[in-house]
Design a protein around this ligand. Structure first.
Ligand SMILES: Cc1cc2nc3c(=O)[nH]c(=O)nc-3n(C[C@H](O)[C@H](O)[C@H](O)COP(=O)(O)OP(=O)(O)OC[C@H]3O[C@@H](n4cnc5c(N)ncnc54)[C@H](O)[C@@H]3O)c2cc1C
Length: 442
């Protein structure tokens, strides 16, 4: 009889998707997560009784895999965003084509150019702009979104349309982001309602793991493989406190550097996959969360700073605007650093980061002034993958390398697909299928 125990390392979206897929195929699954909370870069916390998401915030109805994974735990989000331009606060729903065409931050001439350049490109490639990254056209991956928008629509439009999502979500300049990835954002943004978790991402992920053993607060430090007599058929997983789990296979759903440390001993450090894992470009970021003893207006969720004046903050979010059931007498405002400012702040204490970012936060959400009860900084030091120009070909190469290894070990994570929740889920499902096949469940 097949021993179908599988260990999944990492409780972000990729790990949870892999665990659920393996459970559904009949495996006995143990998921091990280093932190107290599930979610990784989408992990949640509770600040002064307000449940908050500390990293990733929203998805759209177009995230078909994620909706299937968490369906009952999602709800429609109704708040708009605001883009600050020349001191004016202009409402916009990022990604929504209808909203873009009615957006007062673009001139009529810019809208005509938008309608004859970016929008037809999006329509033509819609099907291929899938978060799995497997079908992204290489023809869209030879230019940055900044250069394309500047060339076809104008520099002001690049500041207004391309920089805010790249700066705010990924802490990179639009000149470093592939047009192919930006168009994927546009595809999902324009597909249906925006969705948020009913309580928090960590809760929603926990609810999806019915029937799966979940171990938190455990950092895996080694994966050993028993290859006695030929093809490796057993693995053991070891945590920092000396606990061990034996299994038929393992999915490593961590960041690429940790994946490197766990898998490299089985590949040899000169292996091309080991080299790729050690060097795939990542960019760390952080979120500043400010608890308030009041609730700012909930008419907008994201407030994006004019890129030409942003000093320390590129975007803020009024957390209660995405979850209106939050208490009327308190709320939390989140803020993300401007790309230029992050490197100087990275090693600062939470107090110094707060002091640095506060003036810009107050400019974007004036209601915070005099109402802050607590500040907390959430650091994402392992970072998010940079969807650089050429990343489509780079991922295809990594995928070929992964498919060539003959081990009961699979990798998962958005660094293998696209840096979106939907991309992480896709990678987890692929890894789950690969292992199910390997141990005879598929
Ligand atoms: C600030 C920010 C905002 C974002 N906003 C959005 C958004 O609005 N919408 C969207 O779609 N995407 C957004 N993203 C991207 C999204 O968060 C990621 O694509 C997705 O969460 C990645 O999931 P993952 O499972 O691949 O990786 P991770 O979430 O990084 O998960 C890896 C997990 O592995 C665990 N781990 C690492 N090492 C070990 C170890 N040795 N032992 C045990 N566990 C270990 C980590 O603790 C972590 O939980 C955002 C990202 C950031 C940083």
């Amino acid at each position: 009889m097949t021993d179908a125990r599988v260990v999944v390392i990492g409780g972000g979206f990729a790990g949870v998707a892999a665990a659920v897929r393996l459970r559904d195929r009949g495996a006995r699954v143990t998921l091990i997560e280093e932190r107290r909370m599930l979610g990784g870069r989408a992990r949640s916390d509770v600040l002064d009784d307000v449940p908050i998401d500390t990293g990733a915030q929203l998805i759209t109805a177009g995230y078909a895999r994620t909706v299937q994974l968490l369906g009952a735990h999602l709800e429609r989000d109704v708040a708009h965003d605001i883009v600050v331009r020349n001191g004016e606060r202009l409402p916009l729903r990022f990604g929504s084509l209808r909203s873009l065409l009615g957006f007062s931050g673009l001139s009529a001439r810019e809208k005509v150019r938008l309608a004859t350049s970016l929008l037809p490109l999006l329509a033509r490639h819609r099907e291929a702009l899938d978060a799995s990254g497997a079908r992204l056209p290489e023809s869209l991956d030879t230019e940055s979104v900044r250069s394309y928008v500047e060339r076809r629509i104008g520099a002001a439009a690049a500041d207004t349309l391309a920089e805010p999502p790249c700066n705010g979500f990924y802490n990179v300049a639009a000149s470093d982001v592939s047009l192919a990835f930006f168009l994927s954002l546009g595809r999902y943004g324009s597909e249906g309602d925006t969705l948020a978790p009913m309580r928090s991402w960590s809760d929603a992920l926990g609810a999806a793991l019915v029937g799966i053993e979940v171990i938190t607060d455990a950092r895996v430090v080694a994966v050993n493989a028993d290859s006695g007599g030929g093809r490796t058929s057993r693995v053991s997983v070891h945590d920092a406190t000396g606990r061990t789990w034996d299994a038929a296979a393992v999915v490593i759903a961590t960041d690429p550097r940790t994946a490197h440390d766990l898998i490299a001993p089985h590949l040899g450090i000169d292996h091309a996959l080991a080299h790729w894992l050690a060097t795939v470009p990542m960019r760390g970021t952080l979120t500043l969360a400010l608890a308030l003893d009041c609730a700012p207006p909930h008419d907008a969720f994201g407030v994006f700073q004019d890129v030409r004046v942003a000093r320390t903050v590129s975007a803020c979010a009024v957390h209660g605007a995405k979850r209106p059931r939050v208490r009327a007498d308190r709320d939390v405002v989140l803020a993300w650093p401007a790309p230029r400012a992050l490197d100087a702040m990275r090693d600062m204490s939470a107090e110094s980061i707060t002091a640095h970012m506060l003036p810009d936060v107050e400019a974007l959400v004036p209601q915070v002034r005099g109402h802050i009860t607590r500040a907390r900084v959430y650091r994402f030091n392992h970072g998010s993958p940079i969807p650089f120009i050429g990343f489509v070909r780079d991922r295809a190469r990594a995928s070929a390398l992964l498919n060539s290894i003959d081990l009961p070990i699979a990798l998962a994570g958005d660094y293998l697909t696209t840096p979106l929740i939907e991309g992480a889920v896709a990678s987890g499902e692929f890894a789950g299928e690969r292992i199910a096949k390997r141990i005879g469940l598929a």
